[in-house]
Design a protein around this ligand. Structure first.
Ligand SMILES: Cc1cc2nc3c(=O)[nH]c(=O)nc-3n(C[C@H](O)[C@H](O)[C@H](O)COP(=O)(O)O)c2cc1C
Length: 410
């Protein structure tokens, strides 16, 4: 880590304190209350997560299909097709890439902040990614897109690793906490992600449920805190609010209703250090509210993304494709990224496209072929791509970066 990052981290701590924000505690250690959420495929890898951690926050690497960021690993696996061990070889390349990204994040972090790995429960390689991340010395595992009821057993040999489920309402929290308690473990923190606002896969059963008021932070957070009280675990599990957060005022308000910290996705995806192609960032940054759409993904979950030419075409054809859905002999990409895939398994009510391929195209900035996940909220710096440090100064101190288009320099 360079000296200026070191100084920025110290300055951010002072800004946050002066702004009246509270640090939060993970495994007994005080941290800045800003977390960069995991973003796949390849959007939040070592560079983004390490930069955020280097400034004292928590940076999260998304574990899925990271070989896409490594030309040598792609050269080894992209051509694989009908070989009987294709899946195994792709999985091995992905684990190698995960190890490299964790090492990169660690180096960039300079021992500051926290480096987490996000794994979706819906992935076939869920367990392999979790185990490898722990072996590589990760600080925290953040698991969403399904209920991680088995996480305490899987992490038993690594008590030093913080376990953080992503949930959306008090019902989900109650279920996970009750099950985990029986296994002698509590979550070290819980992300409460708002499905009406967040990007990517959303924690509601159907698109029609996304607007349900039970997900509102003002409802969900007090309900979860009330449950903690009745369960006798008050004050033991910090809550991290995620979805649509974009300012110091938002963080103050959420801490005011009982959140310990906040997690942001889209705002970090449009930073200079985000691991995706610049064109990916610009698609997210330029999107207007009317361009953002919800639909059912191949994982069977509602998802939110930018209505790019590819997504627009897919949504126009969706009904026809779903009508023709049928079980395929094998996965398009030969590695079965999802344990249950609407396209491969022919599930008519689920998405009928290859999610790995389309997210991979987005990562490379291909507007005509890519799926660009995005949250619904406005971005702090409009359509500008700015460094992580500008975002952190804005979130923790309310300081606008100098020279923003359309504004007098701050
Ligand atoms: C491009 C993109 C990809 C995402 N991928 C994942 C993912 O792989 N796993 C996950 O748990 N959350 C994922 N998310 C959700 C974020 O981690 C974060 O919780 C959410 O976007 C917060 O809402 P915001 O974007 O309004 O800040 C993704 C979000 C975006 C924008």
């Amino acid at each position: 880590m360079d000296r200026s990052s070191d100084e920025t981290a110290v300055a951010l701590q002072a800004l946050s304190r002066d702004a009246g924000l509270r640090n939060w505690r993970l495994k007994g250690v005080e941290r800045l209350p800003v977390i960069q959420g995991g973003m796949g495929v390849g959007v939040s890898a070592g560079r983004l997560a390490g930069t955020v951690a280097g400034l004292g926050g928590m940076g999260t690497i998304s574990a899925v299909d990271l070989r896409r960021l490594h030309p040598d690993l792609m050269a080894r696996t992209a051509h694989l097709n009908a070989e009987p061990d294709a899946g195994q070889r792709i999985d091995a390349a992905n684990l190698e890439a995960l190890g490299r990204e964790i090492a990169r994040a660690r180096e960039l972090s300079g021992g500051r902040g926290l480096v987490a790995v996000n794994v979706m429960k819906a992935l076939t390689a869920y367990e392999a990614y979790l185990r490898h991340a722990m072996t590589c010395g990760i600080d925290a595992l953040v698991v969403g897109a399904g209920l991680p009821l088995d996480l305490p057993e899987l992490a038993r040999d690594h008590p030093e690793v913080a376990l953080i489920p992503i949930l959306s309402d008090a019902r989900g929290v109650q279920l996970v906490v009750r099950k985990w308690e029986k296994k002698g473990r509590l979550p070290d923190a819980i992300v409460i992600e708002h499905p009406r606002l967040a990007g990517g896969h959303l924690g509601a059963a159907k698109v029609a449920d996304l607007q349900d008021p039970r997900f509102d932070f003002d409802v969900a957070i007090p309900q979860v805190l009330e449950f903690f009280k009745t369960a006798g675990i008050e004050g033991r599990i910090p809550l991290i609010a995620a979805g649509g957060i974009g300012s110091l005022e938002d963080i103050r308000r959420l801490q005011g209703i009982g959140a310990a910290a906040v997690q942001l996705g889209t705002a970090f995806a449009v930073t200079a250090e985000c691991d995706a192609h610049p064109a990916f960032k610009q698609v997210l940054a330029d999107a207007k509210p009317a361009d953002i759409v919800e639909f059912v993904s191949t994982a069977g979950l509602p998802a939110r993304a930018v209505r790019t030419p590819w997504l627009d075409k897919y949504l126009r054809l969706e009904e026809r494709l779903q009508h023709k859905a049928h079980k395929k002999e094998s996965c398009t990409m030969r590695f079965d990224c999802l344990a249950h895939c609407g396209l491969r398994d022919g599930t008519p009510s689920w998405g009928q496209f290859c999610i790995d391929k389309t997210l991979g195209h987005a990562l490379e900035g291909h507007l005509d072929r890519g799926l660009f996940f995005r949250g619904a909220g406005a971005l702090p710096f409009g359509s500008e791509i700015r460094p992580v440090r500008d975002l952190m100064r804005w979130l923790l101190g309310g300081i606008r970066p100098a020279g923003l288009a359309g504004e007098a320099a701050a």
